[in-house]
Design a binder for this molecule. Structure first.
Ligand SMILES: Cc1cc2nc3c(=O)[nH]c(=O)nc-3n(C[C@H](O)[C@H](O)[C@H](O)COP(=O)(O)O)c2cc1C
Length: 171
C-alpha cells in the first residue's frame, strides 16, 4: 500500500545552495532505488518535503532524513496511506520558494507568513500540491534539478541579513 509523509524543517545555519544540490543528488539516487518519489520546497528558513512510496521505503527514507545534520527542528505534518501518488514520478522534484509564491502561501496558510506548525496535514498537502503545480509550469520539461533560475532566490535570501519578518521568536 502506498504511503505519503510530509515534514517541515529548518535548514542548518550556513547551508549553501551547493549543499542543497548535494542533498538533491543523493536523494534522487536513493529514492529512485527505493521507488520513492518526492517534492521538496526550500527557502533560507524552511524545508518542506513530501515523499511517496511503499510504507517501509517511505519510513526508511524519513529515518535517514531525520538524522541529517543539514537541517533541524523536524516537524512531522502527515503520514498515512494514499491511493495514488500526487506528485508525479520524479524521485525528487524541487522548488525554491520566492516572493512570487506569496499568493499561494497566503491562500493555504492561516497567516501571511508560512508557519509549518500552523498547517494541518490537509493544508500542508494542498500547499505543496499548489507549489508543485507552479514548479511544473515554471520548469523546463527536462529539469527537476535546482536550475540556476530557481535557486537564485535561495542565494539572495540566504545572503540577506535577518529581518524582523524572519526573526524567530526568542524565549
Ligand atoms: C531537506 C533534506 C531532504 C532530504 N531528502 C532526502 C530524500 O528524499 N531521500 C534521501 O534518500 N535522502 C534525503 N536527504 C538526505 C539524507 O538526509 C541523507 O543525507 C542521504 O540519504 C544520505 O545519502 P548518501 O549516503 O548518498 O550520502 C535529505 C536531506 C535533507 C536535509
Amino acid at each position: 500500500m502506498l504511503h505519503h509523509l510530509i515534514y517541515a524543517s529548518q535548514p542548518a545555519d550556513g547551508l549553501e545552495i551547493t549543499d542543497i544540490q548535494a542533498i538533491a543528488s543523493s536523494a534522487r539516487r536513493r529514492n529512485a532505488a527505493l521507488g520513492v518519489t518526492g517534492f521538496l520546497v526550500f527557502r533560507h528558513d524552511l524545508f518542506m518535503q513530501v515523499i511517496e512510496g511503499g510504507q517501509a521505503e517511505v519510513s526508511e527514507v524519513f529515518c535517514r532524513i531525520a538524522r541529517d545534520v543539514r537541517h533541524r527542528d523536524l516537524l512531522l505534518l502527515s503520514f498515512g496511506e494514499i491511493e495514488v501518488r500526487s506528485f508525479g514520478e520524479s524521485p525528487m522534484g524541487m522548488l525554491a520558494i520566492s516572493p512570487r509564491h506569496r499568493s499561494i502561501i497566503v491562500q493555504h496558510s492561516s497567516h501571511d507568513e508560512l508557519r509549518p506548525s500552523d498547517l494541518s496535514a490537509s493544508r500542508a498537502l494542498a500547499l505543496l500540491a499548489a507549489l508543485a503545480a507552479t514548479a511544473r509550469d515554471e520548469a523546463p520539461p527536462d529539469a527537476d534539478a535546482p536550475a540556476p533560475n530557481r535557486t537564485a532566490s535561495w542565494r539572495s535570501e540566504i545572503a540577506r541579513p535577518p529581518t524582523t519578518r524572519f526573526r524567530r521568536p526568542t524565549g
